[in-house]
Design a protein around this ligand. Sequence first.
Ligand code: DQA
Length: 141
Amino acid sequence: MKIKIINGPNLNMTGTREPSVYGAVTLDTINAEIQKEAEKLGVDVVFFQSNYEGAIIDEIWASQDFDGIIINPGALTHYSYAVRDAISGAGVPCIEVHLSNIYAREEFRHKSVTAPVCKGQISGLGKYGYILALKAFAEVK
Ligand code: DQA
């Protein structure tokens, strides 16, 4: 099984930006933990992060030979119909992850335009969201 982990705008600054909201652990450290878990589960993982909407869209379309995508689209979650269309068009099952609980924050974050075309969404469990999404792909048939 091959899973791609896609992180969107500003997620590269995780660990230093607003640590009280997003945690004090860097994206590299989170990815290393995902990698370790993937090895235990016998899953191949590939990591991608970009601050650019178009690059994320290209990466989603380039994942059609993957079994799943775990995506944290960052703020694109709330307004990018283009990312949503790429997810539904590419046809690769996606699980949406958010470090913070988007429903406990500002009103504009309560709406995800991407979640309706994903298998599910995990919000507010920090780095564990990625790990749980990986386990779901590996273990939920
Ligand atoms: C986020 C939540 C978004 O609202 C925000 O714009 C982000 C990160 C999260 O992981 O909690 O950049 O996706």
